[in-house]
Design a protein around this ligand. Structure first.
Ligand SMILES: Cc1cc2nc3c(=O)[nH]c(=O)nc-3n(C[C@H](O)[C@H](O)[C@H](O)COP(=O)(O)O)c2cc1C
Length: 168
C-alpha cells in the first residue's frame, strides 16, 4: 500500500486505495498515508445484505492473509481468491488448452472471449455455493481484518466512528 503510494504520488492526481482494507484502522492508515479515498470490496461480502452463500461469508471470516492466492484460471488474468481445498486440488494456472490458445495471436482473442463469458456464470454460481467444495470465492487480503458479518449500516458506522470521535 505504502510502496504503491510512493510510486504513484508524483503523478499529482487523487489516489484511491483499492484493496487490502477491512476495518477502521486500515482506512485511517491509508488516508494518513495520503490516499484521497479507499475502495472496500471484500468487507461488504461479509454483510447481511450480500446475497453470497453463508459458507462464502464464513470463509472470509476464517481466512488469513496467507489464504488469499491469485488464480489465472478464471479470467486469464490473476484474480484474488480464497485458497479452498478445491483450489488446492485444481491449481492456479490455466490448463494446457487455454495456455496454448493464449499463446496464439488469433486464438488468444477466442480464449479471452471464452474466459469472459465463462467467468460471468462461474463467479455468480460460486458466490451462491454453500458447499465450498467446487468453486471460486473471490476475496482480497483485507480478510485479515474482517471477523464478523454485520449489516452495511453497522459496517459503515464502525468505519466512520473512528473519524467522528476525532472531530468531537
Ligand atoms: C466479489 C468481488 C468481485 C470483484 N470483481 C472485480 C472485477 O471484476 N474487476 C476488478 O478489477 N476487481 C474486482 N474485484 C476487486 C475489487 O476491485 C477489490 O476488491 C476492491 O478494490 C477492494 O479490495 P478489497 O476486496 O480488499 O476490499 C472484485 C472483488 C470482489 C471481492
Amino acid at each position: 500500500m505504502r510502496t504503491l503510494y510512493g510510486e504513484l504520488q508524483s503523478f499529482g492526481v487523487p489516489l484511491v486505495c483499492a484493496g487490502g482494507i477491512g476495518d477502521a484502522n486500515g482506512l485511517r492508515q491509508a488516508l494518513d498515508m495520503g490516499y484521497s479515498a479507499c475502495q472496500l470490496g471484500t468487507r461488504f461480502i461479509a454483510s447481511e445484505e450480500c446475497q453470497a452463500s453463508k459458507a462464502y461469508k464464513r470463509a472470509i471470516l476464517h481466512a488469513k492473509e496467507s489464504d488469499i492466492v491469485l488464480s489465472a484460471r478464471i479470467t486469464g488474468v490473476p484474480v484474488a481468491i480464497i485458497n479452498t481445498n478445491y483450489i488446492k486440488r485444481s491449481g492456479l494456472q490455466p490448463g494446457w488448452l487455454a495456455r496454448w490458445m493464449l499463446s496464439g495471436s488469433k486464438t488468444k482473442h477466442w480464449m479471452r472471449t471464452i474466459y469472459a463469458l465463462k467467468s460471468i456464470w462461474q463467479l455468480k454460481k460460486s458466490s451462491r455455493d454453500e458447499t465450498g467444495e467446487c468453486d471460486y470465492w473471490q476475496a482480497g487480503k483485507s480478510v485479515a481484518a474482517i471477523d464478523s458479518i454485520e449489516s452495511c449500516v453497522t459496517i459503515i458506522g464502525n468505519l466512520m466512528q473512528h473519524f467522528e470521535t476525532e472531530t468531537k
